[in-house]
Design a protein around this ligand. Structure first.
Ligand SMILES: C[S@@+](CC[C@H](N)C(=O)[O-])C[C@H]1O[C@@H](n2cnc3c(N)ncnc32)[C@H](O)[C@@H]1O
Length: 373
C-alpha cells in the first residue's frame, strides 16, 4: 500500500528515479531507452518514495515523481515558470521569462476571449503571464497533482482564477479528456519533450484544436549537429535526460517531421537558441554572478553558483533528514546539477536547444480523427 500526501505528492514504489538510467550514461542501450519510453509517466512523475512522517497523514495508492522532488527546487532556484528564455543585455531575469511567453502569445495571434490549452502547465507561471498579456481563457493540463495544487494557489493569489483553470490529465490522451475541436489555440513550453513520441502528443493536440486553430511550442531538441554515434554527444544527451526526467531527447528534424505527419501546416519554425544573442539562454545556469543583469538577479545567479548549490544542497539534505522535505528531494537536486552542467555544455556547443520554436496551423478543413498515433 502506498500513500498520497495531503499536498498531492504520492508514493507508490520504493524504486528510485535513478533506476531508469545506467550508472554509466554512455553505456545506455536501446532497451533502457525503450523502457523509459514505455514508462514515460513514471519517469517524469512516478518514482519517489517519501518517508516524511509529517506528510504521511494521507489517503491511499497513487504515484509521486521527479516533479514531486524537483518542483520546489525549480521554484527556489529558477522561478514559477520552468522554462528558458532569450536575454538582451541589461534585461532582468523575470522580464526575460515574461518576454519569452509574450513572444509566443503574440506569434500565435492570441486574442481576448479565445479558449486556449496549456499542455504540461507546471505551476502555471506561463499561463498567468499569457492570460494577463492576451486576455484569453486558459485550461492548464498536467499529470502532476502536487504542481496542480500550487498552480491553483498561485493563480487564486494572482486574482486570475476566473481566467485560468487546471485539470489533471495525460497529454497523450487529450482528445479523450476534452473531445475533438475544443480549443482555439494550444501551446506547450518545454513539456512535450516528455512524450514517448512527438507524433503521439502533437496528434492529440491536433485533434483538440478547432479547424483553423493554432499550436505554438518551445521544444527541447538535440540540434542537427548532434551525432548519436559520437559517444560524447550521446553522453551529453543522456545527462540532460537523466537530470531533467526526460525519457528520450530527439532532434529538431524529428520534431518538425512529426508536426507535418499529424497534419499541421508549419507557419514558422526556428531554433531561437541559434540567434546571435549577446547573453546566451544558459547564462543563468553558469552561476557567474558577474553576469547578473540587475541587482535582484545576483541572488538568482548566485543560487546557481558552486557556493549557492552547496548551501542549497546542505539545507535540502538537512530538511530531508528532519522529515521536512520528502525523501528523494536531495537526490533529485543532485540530478539537477548534472542537468545544469550538461545544459550549459549543450548550449555552448550548440548541440542542444530548449527553444526550437514552431507555429503550426490545423487546416480549416481538416481530416480530424483519421489518424491516431
Ligand atoms: C519543464 S516543465 C514545464 C512546465 C511549464 N510549461 C512551464 O514552462 O513552467 C514540464 C511539465 O510537463 C508536465 N508533464 C510531463 N509529462 C506529462 C504528461 N504525460 N501529461 C501532462 N503533463 C506532463 C510535467 O508535470 C511538468 O509540469
Amino acid at each position: 500500500m502506498s500513500t498520497v500526501y495531503f499536498d498531492g505528492r504520492q508514493e507508490k514504489r520504493v524504486e528510485r528515479y535513478t533506476k531508469f538510467w545506467q550508472k554509466d550514461l554512455i553505456s545506455e542501450s536501446e532497451a533502457d531507452i525503450k523502457n523509459r519510453l514505455d514508462k514515460y509517466t513514471d519517469v517524469a512523475n512516478g518514482l519517489f518514495h517519501f518517508s516524511c512522517r509529517r506528510l504521511r497523514r494521507a489517503q491511499t495508492t497513487r504515484r509521486s515523481g521527479y516533479y514531486d522532488g524537483a518542483t520546489e527546487l525549480y521554484e527556489y532556484g529558477w522561478a514559477e515558470s520552468f522554462h528558458f528564455s532569450r536575454f538582451y543585455e541589461g534585461e532582468g531575469f523575470a522580464a526575460s521569462l515574461a518576454r519569452n511567453q509574450h513572444y509566443l502569445a503574440a506569434y500565435m495571434g492570441l486574442r481576448p476571449g479565445m479558449k486556449v490549452l496549456d499542455v504540461g502547465c507546471g505551476v502555471g507561471g506561463p499561463a498567468r503571464g499569457i492570460a494577463r498579456f492576451s486576455d484569453v481563457q486558459i485550461v492548464g493540463i498536467n499529470n502532476n497533482e502536487f504542481q496542480l495544487g500550487r498552480a491553483r494557489r498561485y493563480t487564486e493569489k494572482a486574482g486570475l482564477s476566473d481566467q485560468i483553470t487546471y485539470v489533471k490529465g495525460d497529454f497523450m490522451k487529450l482528445s479523450e479528456q476534452f473531445g475533438d475541436n475544443s480549443f482555439d489555440a494550444v501551446y506547450a513550453i518545454g513539456a512535450t519533450v516528455y512524450a514517448p513520441t512527438w507524433e503521439g502528443v502533437y496528434g492529440e493536440i491536433f485533434r483538440v484544436l478547432k479547424p483553423g486553430g493554432v499550436f505554438g511550442v518551445y521544444e527541447w531538441c538535440m540540434t542537427d549537429a548532434w551525432d548519436p554515434s559520437n559517444p560524447s554527444h550521446k553522453e551529453l544527451a543522456r545527462q540532460i535526460e537523466f537530470g531533467s526526467g526526460i525519457p528520450e531527447l530527439r532532434t529538431l528534424k524529428v520534431a518538425r517531421q512529426a508536426m507535418k505527419n499529424v497534419g499541421f501546416q508549419i507557419e514558422h519554425d526556428e531554433d531561437l537558441a541559434a540567434r546571435p544573442d549577446e547573453m546566451p539562454w544558459y547564462y543563468p545556469l553558469e552561476g557567474d554572478i558577474w553576469k547578473a543583469q540587475t541587482a535582484w538577479d545576483y541572488f538568482t545567479i548566485w543560487r546557481m553558483s558552486w557556493s549557492g548549490k552547496l548551501v542549497t544542497h546542505s539545507v535540502v539534505k538537512s530538511m530531508e533528514w528532519f522529515g521536512l522535505l520528502p525523501k528523494g528531494t536531495w537526490e533529485v537536486g543532485e540530478s539537477l546539477k548534472v542537468a545544469g552542467d550538461a545544459l550549459v555544455k549543450g548550449g555552448q556547443t550548440k548541440l542542444f536547444t530548449p527553444m526550437y520554436f514552431m507555429i503550426g496551423r490545423k487546416p480549416a478543413v481538416a481530416n480530424c480523427g483519421a489518424v491516431r498515433y
